[in-house]
Design a protein around this ligand. Sequence first.
Ligand SMILES: NC(=O)c1ccc[n+]([C@@H]2O[C@H](COP(=O)([O-])OP(=O)(O)OC[C@H]3O[C@@H](n4cnc5c(N)ncnc54)[C@H](OP(=O)(O)O)[C@@H]3O)[C@@H](O)[C@H]2O)c1
Length: 246
Amino acid sequence: MNYIDKNAVITGGGSGVGFALAKLLVDGGARVAITGRSQATLDAARERLGENAVAIRGDVASLPDLDALTERVKGEFGTIDALFVNAGIATVTPFESTTEELYDELFAINVKGAFFTVQKLAPLLSTGAGVVLTTSNVNAMGMLDTSVYAAGKAALRSMARSLARELLPRGVRVNAVSPGPIDTGILEIMMTAEAAARFKAERVADNPMRRFGTPDEIARAAAFLAFDATYTTGAELVADGGVTQL
Ligand SMILES: NC(=O)c1ccc[n+]([C@@H]2O[C@H](COP(=O)([O-])OP(=O)(O)OC[C@H]3O[C@@H](n4cnc5c(N)ncnc54)[C@H](OP(=O)(O)O)[C@@H]3O)[C@@H](O)[C@H]2O)c1
């Protein structure tokens, strides 16, 4: 695809789906700003992406960090054509043992962080720009051990509609991409290797395509929403092998 002269911001762009998206856009000629909390992850990603990538460290749950991100992006790019609100954590815990700290952390990053990422960067969005919120197909499922994560992602799916209404007068579209199980390593961060292996085997068994998706498959869906889906706003593109549809 051709993304020449396009500027994009990808939160959580140093790894997984966000990195695959950054690579897709840079390979197509775009300039991207990637964010995340780990400087080492960002440095490695920046190295692989080359000089059309800018790495900006920050926590999406911190409003001062989001203000700093906005200033830096303004200085680097001036305006942006696509904003990918992709940063997130996927902590899964049994309902009974879920702590207040875990609840607050999930909502602070996945929900509050997403909302204020859009609010802070909105002034930089050009006419015709696309915003893509990364939710999850679990926003429409009742999966064990995911009640807090899924509720946060359902909030994001809802926000795609409301923010689409808010930004419509500016000619900005807002949509949601909802991945199913994608093998990015996020599970291994959030649970033991043994639990991750068991969780993965279950997800493959109950998926109509009998496989995980790839980060690149989600990257292409997100890029489509941001750049090509010019008559689509407030919508959700589910990319999950059909598990919530068939
Ligand atoms: N993989 C799946 O099966 C799956 C399924 C459905 C939805 N998703 C969603 O897809 C998105 C990408 O996940 P992924 O699978 O690609 O996992 P990943 O590789 O862990 O990517 C998540 C990224 O978000 C960043 N991040 C996390 N917390 C942050 C914070 N507070 N501030 C800034 N950056 C933060 C992480 O970097 P740092 O840790 O360095 O901050 C990381 O680069 C997430 O929103 C996830 O919920 C994933």
